[in-house]
Design a binder for this molecule. Sequence first.
Ligand code: MG
Length: 458
Amino acid sequence: MKMPLLFHTVPLVVLMAVCATAVGGEAVNVVVIFADDLGYGDLGCYGSPTIRTPQLDRMAAEGLRFTDFYSAAEVCTPSRAALLTGRYPIRSGMCGHRRVLFADSPGGLPPAEITLAEALKPRGYATMHIGKWHLGIHAGGRPLDQGFDRSFGLPYSNDMDARPDLPRGASGWPDPPHDGWNVPLLRDGQVVEQPADQTTLTRRYTEAAVGFIREHKDRPFFLYLAHTFPHVPLFASAAFQGQSRAGIYGDAVEELDWSVGQVLSALSNAGIAERTLVFFTSDNGPWLIMGDQGGSAGLLRDGKGSTWEGGMRVPGIAWMPGRIRPGVTSELAHTMDLLPTALALAGIAPPDGVTLDGADLSPLLFESQALPPRPFFYYRGDQLFACRLGPWKAHFLTQTGYGQPQPEQHDPPLLFHLGRDPSEKRNVAASHSDVLTQIQEVVQAHRQGVVPGAPQLQ
Ligand code: MG
């Protein structure tokens, strides 16, 4: 029962050697495809009965599909900060009471944070951001300030900067006007279109991604493709409108699926699929209060905004044909693992003096080896709400994603066994006080190691 308290720093050093040789000394390209508000239950390969995702299903069949993959936060901005820095957002200050950055927010990802793009630079990686940014619009926090050579996309969410006369429904916009939001489309920091024509975003992001891949097939690159959808307001190109049984939400996801297929094909056609790690995931769970305009967390409880499983457990698929052994894994992994994994594949040591919260996934991806047991911490804003250790999850605070003004405190904490009870329905704290004690020790150790960054979301 007693589980050793292993943290990422121990295995990371050991595993570097494994990865550097896993690709014959050649630097591996890295492509991260990040959906926005896509739920755990929204893909065919994760059990959606209605949304058709043949490309992602193929990616999963040819790659490794994670059953227990987490985003490091329950909403957009902190989630993106965590993915790009490999750190819990509390450390960078990219979390807080206001939850995300807004168009009028003065803050942003601090320049001192080392992003995945910056970390890969010493090995000559070409870097591009495509899609939603949402990590700051001011000097120091923008894509070109944070290690990206090029950038094409929206500075923040597609529902921000709404036209003042636009009536906002309680659950999204069933028939949104395509010019209802004044959000600009930027290329390398310059506005190229305002308002952005949202019906063509997925197509144009995809064209940009394919172009970047073709152009850089002969040198290592990092592509961060952070889709705008299926975040509301939902749009799809003409070819996908009205095609899905799941309505406009399904149309948007099916176009996203097409986009993934285009990216994978571009890599295969360029002859570089075998030395490119592609990882597909989502920034947080489905926005359930949007009703038909929001997705599904499947059998998981609640969605976006909450630290119940549906808020933070998301689809996670790794693809690298001929290198990754196809299969399904129940190992716990998360978005903060992508930075250490990418660095290991590039043969770069982790940055000096930076506390990372992720582990290198190479042994799991390439050798089917189990990862050392490690805890996962569920933050909402700057507060630690819950902790998972092995199959056990303890909630110290709970709050629905939206609509519940104050969190409910639990002492003793609620305890769920995520194996037997993935929907978090049966609190078993009373009969497992030993597990609670162990989790409380883990949380205490974690808290002692966290130095909160200056808050950026005020
Ligand atoms: Mg989101």
